[in-house]
Design a protein around this ligand. Sequence first.
Ligand SMILES: [Zn+2]
Length: 433
Amino acid sequence: MAPALLDRFRSFLDASPTSFHAARVAADLLEARGYTALDERSAPSALPAGARRYVLRGGSIVAFRVGGQNPAEGGFRLAAAHTDSPNLRIKPRPHLRDHGYVRLGVEPYGGVIHATWMDRDLGIAGRVIVRDGAGQRATLVDLRRPLCRIPTLAIHLNRQVNEEGMKLNAQKDLPALFALSDDKTAEPLRDLLAEAAGVSPDALLAWDLGLYDLTPAVVSGVNGEFLHSARLDNLASCHAGLEALLASDDANLPASTAVLALFDHEEIGSTSERGAQSAWFEHVLERIVRDGAGSNAGGLSRALTQSWLISADMAHAVHPAHGDKHDGEHMPKLNAGPVVKQHTAQRYGTEADGAAFFFRLCEQAEVPAQWFVNRSDLACGSTVGPLVAARLGVRAIDVGNPMLSMHSAREMCGTGDHARMVAALRGYMAGLA
Ligand SMILES: [Zn+2]
């Protein structure tokens, strides 16, 4: 990977401790390249060929560059990923007091590997809602310093930990140590947040906050072949999609309209007002067809029948000690290129035509590609591809770069694969294959 791209990737990872931050950072990157915010409440306004817009909703964002034809004629090139990652969410009334300690009560979000959150230096980030005159407003906060820790129990008090594994009860064991205080009325988190948001503590109405590991993304391995970071699933695919969209060249505007959708709430099933199962994405696409130049005869349904969706989410690389967890012929390796994921029960949306289409995109971009099919005797994961495919009636392809430690507080992938995914998606958005 070119150093500049790797640096941009690491910056994106570090600047995005929550889905709200990821969507905001994405919006900032888009604005720097001429994309402007589209207010969903606004009356219809023309979207001429080449127009660049984005729609931001909390931790989700949809960005698009209108192609040379109305999507009813030229179709969409849709790409999707998700901004959220498993983490520990801070409860509304979080202060727990035991033995002179103050801990913050948390609720696991998504498929957290509990043990990976232990003994780490944790910051707090998310969205707070504050009083604003007679109304309210949202503001992002990022308390980027060591504030919390979830301490392990010493081995002397838990002699079987290595034989039996670290068993952690989410209610009892995961609240995060935050302060030493015997004051039963103090609410130190509220005070910190109010200060960060620039309001008085009683103006703080509610929050969506999570803990996060403060360790920045680093390159590792004797030849710099690995990248270690939190939230690679799925900020890696979000960033690849952004890089691809931002690389698009106005001088060669394709007929198709490139759309990048970065959804919140994938890790909890995508059923929300801004998740991949919502009507929201469909409404944005309808608007592009309706307000785009040229003939929109046939509307959204005609546009979608000549469109593809590439759903990019990270894939399981073979683990060095657990090769038996993979099917031997469909065993992705780090730094061996993007992975096409297929599952016969449509946990992944890929079928033969989509796989062939993506392999041709990779050929054109001169990057290798790999297959992933789950072992037939293991339950398969899923992602936004089949959900959006079913909701919109659009052909979907599920792909992703290979990684290890998926859903750990600190994951890893290869440094060589990111540029390849960017190249394949860039060709896709440019109308190739
Ligand atoms: Zn994912």
